[in-house]
Write a new protein. Structure first.
Length: 136
């Protein structure tokens, strides 16, 4: 089975996270953390910085590894390295997305969003790791 290596940016501001709605392709209309495929010779962090610059015309900084998500789609295996990062300004345009939004992670908002399947696993990990720990 084909294996695809991608990176995703978990951009956090205060208690809100930036998500983007897919514009085209199989998952058009679903929500995800922005990012994309690694190009030959790139490190994951280099790929993430390039992808976010290309997709939203913003620079990311304070990049910190969070988790790698493995997901089996019907035609390929996805390996998605996820990184927390910060931005200094709002995205000025969207290249691969129909919309962006900031959302607060809680059970209600998560259930109201239609996620790309692999990104739903990222949300589950965030809930277990951060949100529930901050409640107790």
């Amino acid at each position: 089975m084909k294996k695809i290596e991608v990176v995703a940016a978990i951009i956090k501001k205060d208690d809100f996270y930036l998500i983007a709605q897919r514009l085209k392709g199989e998952f058009s209309g679903l929500w995800e953390f922005p990012g994309g495929k690694l190009e030959e010779g790139e490190t994951p962090v280099q790929a993430l910085k390039r992808e976010i610059k290309e997709e939203m015309d913003i620079e990311i900084y304070n990049v910190q590894y969070f988790e790698t998500i493995q997901y089996e789609y019907p035609t390929f295996h996805l390996n998605m390295a996820c990184y927390f990062c910060e931005i200094r300004k709002e995205p000025s345009y969207l290249y691969d997305h129909a919309a962006i939004r900031w959302f607060h992670i809680n059970e209600e908002t998560i259930k109201s969003i239609h996620w790309v399947p692999a990104d739903a696993l990222v949300i589950e990990k965030l809930m277990k790791t951060y949100v529930r720990n901050s409640i107790h």
